[in-house]
Design a protein around this ligand. Structure first.
Ligand SMILES: [Zn+2]
Length: 296
């Protein structure tokens, strides 16, 4: 029975020649468990090929998806938070901010930029959930307010991409003031006749939903995004009843009239371009308008 005996040595690879499979080469969908290569997942803009689950992505990713040739200019990139209330929970707020800055490479929970989208100028502010839950403190409010001002002064459409747990408790009342500030700036943008589109992504809750996220000329959302004010657990405990299936999903919110439409991330750039083209005021020169009127 010599064929059962290994005559030659098996495959022997010295340790130094062994190739490790690098981390992050594969992606497993948390919804349907389908496995895809990271390259394929990235090509689909971090959505699942099988069930279309939309993964949470960062502000920088949206800038790459939307701006032509991934070229954009960031606004107020260095603004970061003070500690107006000397707030301490499990650690001091400045230490928390410093640790989060170090871990994420971000300065706060929102980034804003301007650039070209399919050849049209656009200002975008997008939130980063990994920075203290995308919470809205005074830096978030101020950066959004400034981005809106930039859009108004340059007469460019404004897109807000929200992904937030709501107000930042470490700034308490200061966080709440950002709701009023951003809303007032948006009112000024509206008076100037400049379009504002709000994209709600997973999750958009609390003071963000209750202010700028729901004030768009169009309020749109990514599929499956959680959208609400208070979380489902709090509501369930308050009303003492079970909540309907799919409660607070983008689809549920759309069905109840709080959204204009849901947009697949892969179609986002084109849909936004169409929308902005449609919203652009047709500027007819005064002289020409008078001539056409006289012909009638
Ligand atoms: Zn999936």
């Amino acid at each position: 029975m010599s064929w059962f005996k290994r005559v030659e040595k098996g495959i022997v690879t010295p340790t130094e020649q062994k190739k490790e499979t690098p981390d992050g080469l594969w992606y497993k969908c948390p919804e349907c468990k389908t496995v895809a290569t990271m390259a394929e997942h990235k090509r689909l803009l971090y959505t699942c090929a099988k069930c279309n689950h939309h993964d949470r992505v960062d502000a920088a990713d949206y800038f790459d998806f939307l701006f032509d040739e991934q070229a954009y200019t960031e606004l107020d990139a260095d603004m970061h938070s003070a500690d107006p209330l000397n707030f301490v929970d499990t650690k001091g707020y400045p230490q928390r901010v410093a640790a989060t800055e170090k871990a994420t490479g971000l300065k706060d929970a929102v980034r804003s930029a301007h650039g070209q989208m399919n050849g049209q100028g656009l200002v975008v502010a997008a939130m980063d959930f990994k920075f203290i839950g995308g919470s809205m403190g005074s830096v978030v409010g101020e950066k959004i307010a400034r981005a809106i001002d930039y859009a108004r002064h340059n007469r460019l459409p404004f897109l807000m991409i929200s992904r937030s747990g709501g107000a930042r408790m470490m700034e308490a009342g200061y966080s709440l003031m950002q709701m009023a500030k951003t809303s007032a700036k948006l009112a000024m943008l509206s008076e100037a006749g400049i379009p504002y589109i709000s994209l709600l992504t997973d999750p958009t809750t609390g003071g963000v939903t209750a202010s700028f996220a729901m004030l768009g000329d169009f309020n749109i959302a990514e599929p499956g995004a959680l959208i609400g004010f208070a979380g489902p657990r709090v509501i369930k405990e308050t009303i003492g009843k079970d909540l309907p299936k799919g409660f607070q999903s983008a689809e549920f919110v759309l069905e109840h009239g709080f959204l204009d439409f849901i947009v697949d991330r892969k179609d986002l750039k084109q849909k936004l371009t169409d929308l902005i083209t449609m919203l652009k005021p047709v500027e007819v020169p005064v002289k020409e308008a008078a001539n056409s009127a006289s012909r009638i």
